[in-house]
Design a protein around this ligand. Structure first.
Ligand SMILES: CC(C)(COP(=O)(O)OP(=O)(O)OC[C@H]1O[C@@H](n2cnc3c(N)ncnc32)[C@H](O)[C@@H]1OP(=O)(O)O)[C@@H](O)C(=O)NCCC(=O)NCCS
Length: 149
């Protein structure tokens, strides 16, 4: 069993946030030849940023962003686990933590745009595909949704 992570909220523009942005940029954007603009980062000041930290080293291992949408729906986005620690269950733990976090902040539903290659990951977490594939950040995605209990 890998060690459990410590999950907590990360505050916009904190040192942990800058680490998370560097990780998101490296894992999610750079492979597509893209990067974050200052305007994109400023626009996420009202989002919830969540991180999973190695309790022994303090290293940021996993992160994601929750954007509150209208009503009681939040959008989960920018889900990333550090490269050498993927497929150990950390992404799953982070998704579960984020769902509980969203629920405790009044959300009833989570929606997301899943990259085609990770749709199976979200299906395992009971997200359902909605509608046809579409392009985002140059690659195919599917819209997925889950009702929170
Ligand atoms: C997608 C991502 C967030 C998933 O996080 P993760 O920590 O790798 O995910 P988990 O380990 O919880 O689950 C992934 C798989 O590993 C398997 N797994 C979980 N624990 C495991 C373990 N201890 N040993 C072996 N396999 C395991 C699960 O069965 C799961 O299979 P599935 O993807 O076919 O459903 C992560 O791989 C990642 O950052 N990928 C690159 C960025 C990306 O694509 N982000 C999503 C954008 S929509």
């Amino acid at each position: 069993m890998p060690p459990r992570l410590e999950f907590r909220e990360i505050f916009h523009r904190s040192a942990d946030y800058e680490n998370a942005v560097a990780m998101r940029d490296r894992i999610l954007r750079a492979p597509l030849g893209l990067s974050f603009s200052e305007a994109e980062l400023e626009a996420e000041s009202a989002d919830w940023h969540l991180g999973g930290f190695d309790p022994a080293s303090g290293e940021l291992v996993a992160c994601l962003v929750l954007t509150p949408l209208t009503g009681r729906v939040v959008k989960m986005r920018q889900v990333a686990v550090v490269e050498n620690r993927q497929h150990h269950g950390f992404g799953s733990s982070l998704v579960r933590f984020a769902e509980a976090f969203a629920s405790s902040h009044g959300a009833h539903q989570v929606e997301l745009h899943a990259r085609a290659e990770v749709v199976a990951f979200y299906l395992r977490h009971d997200y359902k595909v909605e509608g046809p594939a579409f392009l985002e950040v140059t690659i195919p995605h599917r819209k997925m949704r889950k009702a929170l209990r």
